[in-house]
Design a protein around this ligand. Sequence first.
Ligand SMILES: Cc1ncc(COP(=O)(O)O)c(C=O)c1O
Length: 390
Amino acid sequence: MKLISKRLYFDYNATAPLAESVENYLRNGAFVYGNPASIYTEGREARKQISATFDYLKNLFQVPDEGHEILFHSGATEAINSLVKGMAMYASSQGQKFHFFYSAADHSSVVKQALHLPLLGHEAHVISVDSNGSIDPEVVIQKIKQQKGLKLFNFTQVNNETGVVWPLELAVKIKHATDCFVHVDAVQAPGKMATWNRPTYELDSYTFSAHKFGAMKGVGFTILSQALPWIPLHMGGGQQKGLRPGTENTQGIYSIKLALEELTGIFNPDVLKARRDDLETAIEKILGGAGQVAAKRAPQRNLNTINITLNRDIKVELLIASLDLAGLAVSSGPACSMGVPVASRVLLEMGLSERLAKNSVRISLGPKTSADDISRAKEIFQHVLSKTLG
Ligand SMILES: Cc1ncc(COP(=O)(O)O)c(C=O)c1O
């Protein structure tokens, strides 16, 4: 236990440690077990926790009183699948074609919709990113204007691998210039950029995933405009107005409120940025010419992510294992296949070489990362990187 508590966890983009308030709730909470749809006391107690979370989110994200829903679900993968295929079903029901626009740098839960949509008689259109991981809104607008039918554009506010931020104004510009609905993948925003809780309701929907900000896994929420035309993918009971039926995950949903209350209390964008910059500068110094920070020159980056790419013939999985042994948890940027990293799709799209895209290490800090954590991480990187790079 002591050893574990000394470890440095720098993989907040994969998942965040449980917020203290959530841990306490899970250990000591007066657990409600009633079905939130039941009208007797136990059911009403469960409903109270869901309603408290709903009210909290409505206030935190300044959701307008009219015209919007807040839907709880099992996380962003479900939400994105439901929305995209739900809009495709709606288009089919109207004898229309559905066109889904997404970026090559989006999360795989978005990108892989391109595999399903043609099976349903609809189309997906990929938009490229430049070497900074940015999109050109004029190119997107032209691409969208070329198609006729029902259209949705997925806009990833913060990239999970590189931390590149796309300002919401870009999405608003695209929305105003076209007849496209816009979904914002805001999964990587909470606690990682200063304006994470200030969405604009000129856009149609925002999806969040609870485990990325200290709440439980397998739960998330989407703020959705009622104007968005879709047919809910799931059929079932009448929960959540039938928009996402199924008995609600009461504890998971309540953990969202607890974790966000804690996050808003401790999140300090200036401190997080200073810690990130401190570590980044130290790593760049250790690397010298042996590596670089991906998307370093992006017009906007979030505050917690450093993605380093190494231009040496190394085995990145061994580097991650050495850092792990030294007590530091970081991620290989790209996904692994059978434990072996493959070249990052996102970095390849940004024009990096196969070698750089494969030899990538993603370091992502959290709101509680302390100055002492950064000093210790610097020592570990100095020791492990200089041995790896020889
Ligand atoms: C940008 C982004 N979108 C979507 C997802 C999927 O989220 P979930 O784990 O809730 O399915 C992730 C998770 O890594 C992500 O980083």
